[in-house]
Design a protein around this ligand. Structure first.
Ligand code: ARG
Ligand code: ZN
Length: 844
């Protein structure tokens, strides 16, 4: 059944307060609810409906009178008064048998919950929709030592604990945790002087991996006060690490639940990338307290209201804590790799979708990352000051509301007087706009003419022009900046902008800071790209020039059999030699466009990509880089060793990024000798894993792989890396066999999403292996997705996106993929989640 935005209707009954009692038992947990309902004065409907799935109803009453509701698979209806009344019910659920990890489930003997988006209905009967907000009081009964829920702690004693959350909230923010847990504690004093107790709760044995998350939390709390004026609003803030979790983390009020991969950190077990990601996710979930919890979403179509804004905020935070340019460039790489890819295929949907079958399928790069880009554009268009004012107004006007994108935009219109109706198309139109640009030069006047168009996407054949903020600067022939960054507002399908009084024809630096999530087409040559790589003052455009150069050179190798380009290697050499550059930036310039990126570039040029050929060309280019740059790489490796004990900060991580990029390339020259030395002496995971990776590149990693396994067999998160790395490094013709071998490893399990993703997520990322012309990749993926669907629909459905680019390949591959997709579709009792994904991928 498809749900439509246009069908939104307010709830018939509102909830004043909820009291829940949980009597925990793995196979038979009893949930007693006592809910005070009032008829919604804002609506005429008096149809009383409570969501409920997979619940055993034990008893129900209205105002103390036993009732017998009409129960279906989706919920229940019942005769109720057209006046305030009290609903009471008792249900039974089996958390130990909940492998979908949605609702109340067990992970390593610990009880935990995941309710967003629609998991609360698997806990008890309730109006499980975000526009029903209520004050919750929770009592948990069990013999477990730690029992947590939302809000502030109440009474507790032998066998029970009570919690009260004074802030009205939708059911998706409900959480409960119970288990044998230990805490790493801390405290924070808010700027108005309130003391907040902070805890990171983990399994015994993981206490040593909490300090970084705690520091990140404190930094986030402080940053949100300083930058957004947002203070925390409870006496306690708890974070819990859970091993079995479908996503990264969840912002439940006062009780954030995290995938342990997104919170546990130590130098020995976590890489620099892990530390950065953990800091960002801690911030993200904390920031949700205002953008998500205090102001929530009216319905799930508005998901980007909280997610786009919170991703935007966490990106600002990371930029402040670390390097702004590096954060921007890596975000753009990620956006192109995941969101542009989504926008360009059968799964394309607007930032605010208009229909869905299963909302869990819309926690996408488009809603999150493009949703954040849209906010970045809005900020650029109105300016920093107006943005700050608009946000103040948003918090003031909508605190306590379940709000919409219309509410959000209205705040900006009221603050600035701007008409945002055209801007709103960013929320309603799917697809990535393509912007082409032509230049003209005459008598000191330079003209840039832009044309925009967006290709059709499923259900949206025709697109209207959008407002596109294009940040532009101009460089003179000697490399000086003759026009500093200025913001052009492209609103028409075609529009020109002129710059006057220039002494010579400039070189344009367009889309500075990646000012809009568009694809820029510009006829240019590699000499100009090399010039921009050398001289541009905008770090994003500087990197982008190098990236375009690399892409062009690789495509000519691929399409015309060209040799690795000398000028390109020269440009890399100059970049390596420039000591004024951030080493992390240099590492980004040395990284080649991904195989997927090159495949898409071939499609854009009207060609059919051959994943194996693409893989071979990238390998060849890396060999050429290693050969041409060997001396410089050795020097860079030596110069960027970080002395002293490991620190996860941006500067140290930047040095390691460059040194390890050099190491990867050098392992192509020395058979892995240097990598072996690094492996043997590494005292942190960043160095150890990079060395192992370099050894595998050199074909000399067998011993180290065994040693690594022996060293880390008891650490799940590190073993995930061991699984992934082998899949990532497998040769194209050997990838499916490698995956198959790893699934037979005793430590492989389908029940843990991290482990499944470590193998199959890495498989989908290994383009040449997954798309190998034998078709083994498609068959193997389909076999396992069919198995997993019976246990965990959500993770299965997400993995289906591995197939989303299928139409770009040749007829033989397409036939093999179609066969795999149809086989999944034909499975008996296929979940709604997976059926929707496969249906969309096949149909469009
Ligand atoms: N709101 C969470 C976050 O972004 C994501 C939870 C998504 N969970 C899900 N089952 N769809 O931080
Ligand atoms: Zn979020």
């Amino acid at each position: 059944r498809t749900i439509y935005l246009k069908d939104y209707a307010p709830p018939a009954y509102l909830v004043e307060r909820v009291e829940l009692t949980f009597v925990l038992a793995p196979e038979a947990t009893r949930v007693k609810s006592r809910i005070r309902f009032t008829p919604n004065p804002g609506t005429a409907s008096r149809d009383f409906f409570l969501h409920g799935e997979e619940l055993k109803l034990v008893s129900a009453s209205v105002d103390g009178q036993a009732v017998t509701p009409a129960v279906t698979d989706e919920g229940l209806t019942c005769e109720v008064p057209d006046a305030p009344f009290t609903w009471e019910a008792e249900v039974e659920i089996a958390p130990a048998r909940n492998t979908a990890l949605e609702g109340l489930y067990m992970s390593n003997g610990m009880y935990c919950t995941q309710c967003e988006a629609e998991g609360f209905r698997k806990i008890t009967y309730y109006p499980d929709r975000p526009d029903v907000m209520a004050v919750f009081t929770v009592r948990i009964e069990s013999e477990l030592p730690v029992m947590l829920s939302n809000g502030n702690p109440g009474a507790s004693g032998a066998g029970f604990a009570e919690w009260h959350d004074p802030w009205p909230k939708p059911a998706y923010l409900f959480a409960l945790v119970a288990g044998e847990l230990v805490n790493h504690s801390g405290s924070f004093t808010t700027r108005s002087g309130k003391d907040v107790e902070l805890n990171v709760w983990v399994r015994p044995g993981d206490e040593g991996k909490c300090a970084f998350a705690m520091e990140s939390l404190k930094k986030s709390m402080k940053w949100d006060e300083e930058v957004y004026g947002r203070e925390y609003d409870l006496d306690i803030f708890n974070i819990v690490a859970v091993d079995d979790f479908n996503m990264g983390a969840m912002e439940n009020k006062g009780l954030n639940i995290f995938n342990s991969a997104a919170v546990l950190a130590s130098p020995e077990t976590s890489t620099d990338a892990n530390f950065e990601r953990i800091e960002a996710i801690i911030a993200h979930e904390y920031f949700h307290n205002w953008t998500g919890n205090r102001i929530t979403c009216r319905d799930w179509f508005q998901l980007c209201l909280k997610e786009g804004l919170t991703v935007f905020r966490d990106a600002q935070f990371t930029a402040d804590m670390r390097s702004e340019p590096v954060k921007r460039i890596t975000d753009v790489i990620d956006l192109r790799g995941r969101q542009f890819r989504e926008d360009n295929g059968p799964l394309a949907h607007p930032v605010r979708p208009e229909s869905f079958v299963e909302i869990n399928n819309f926690y996408t790069a488009t809603v999150y990352e493009k949703g954040a880009e849209v906010i970045g554009m809005l900020k650029r268009l109105v300016g920093d000051e107006a943005y700050a004012k608009a946000l103040d107004l948003y918090f003031e006007r909508h605190d306590g509301d379940a709000a919409t994108i219309e509410d959000w935009l209205k705040v900006f219109e009221d603050t600035t007087g701007r008409d945002l109706s055209q801007f709103k198309r960013w929320y309603s139109q799917a697809g990535t706009p393509r912007v082409s640009v032509d230049e003209a030069w005459e008598d000191g006047t330079y003209t840039l003419t832009f044309r925009q168009s967006t290709p059709p996407t499923p259900g949206q054949p025709v697109k209207d022009p959008r407002v596109i903020p294009i940040a532009v600067g101009l460089l003179g022939p000697n490399g000086d900046e003759v026009q500093e960054t200025t913001l052009l507002e492209l609103t028409e399908a075609e529009q020109s902008f002129t710059f006057e009084g220039l002494a010579a024809k400039p070189v344009p630096s367009i889309l500075r800071g990646f000012s809009a999530p568009v694809i820029l087409d510009r006829e240019t040559d590699n000499a100009e790209r090399a010039f921009l790589l050398a001289h541009d003052t905008d770090p994003f455009c500087k990197w982008e020039a190098g990236r375009a150069l690399a892409r062009d050179v690789l495509l000519r190798m691929l399409n015309e059999g060209a040799a690795p380009d000398k000028a390109f290697l020269g440009a890399l050499s100059s970049t390596l030699a420039d000591e004024s550059l951030d080493p992390a930036f240099v590492a980004l310039v040395l990284a080649l466009p991904s195989e997927d990126d090159l495949a898409q570039a071939q499609v854009d040029a009207g060609l059919v990509p051959d994943p194996q050929a693409i893989h071979a060309v990238r390998e060849r280019m890396r060999d050429a880089m290693a050969e041409a740059l060997e001396d410089q790489l050795r020097a860079a490796y030596a110069a960027h060793q970080v002395p002293g004990p490991y620190r996860p900060d941006a500067d140290a991580a930047a040095s390691r990024a460059l040194a390890n990029t050099a190491l990867m390339l050098l392992s192509r020259r020395d058979g892995g000798a240097l990598a072996q030395t690094q492996y043997d002496t590494a005292d942190n995971m960043t160095q150890q894993l990079a060395a192992l990776s370099a050894l595998l590149t050199a074909g000399a990693g067998e011993e180290a792989l065994k040693a690594f396994e022996a060293q880390w067999k008891d650490d799940r998160l590190v073993m995930d890396k061991w699984f992934s790395l082998q899949v990532a490094h497998a040769e194209p013709g050997d990838t499916a066999a490698t995956v198959e071998r790893l699934t037979r490893h005793p430590a492989f399990t389908m029940k843990n999403p991290n482990r499944f993703r470590a193998v199959f997520g890495a498989f989908a990322m290994n383009q040449a292996g997954f798309h190998h012309d034998s078709g083994d990749g498609y068959r193997l993926m389909a076999d396992w997705l069919i198995e997993l669907d019976a246990l965990n629909p959500q993770t299965t459905a997400r993995m289906c996106s591995a197939f989303q680019t299928w139409r770009r390949y040749d007829a033989d591959r397409q036939a093999l993929i179609r066969e795999a997709l149809e086989r999944i579709m034909a499975k008996k009792d296929l979940s709604r989640d997976t059926a929707e994904m496969i249906g969309r991928i096949l149909d469009a």
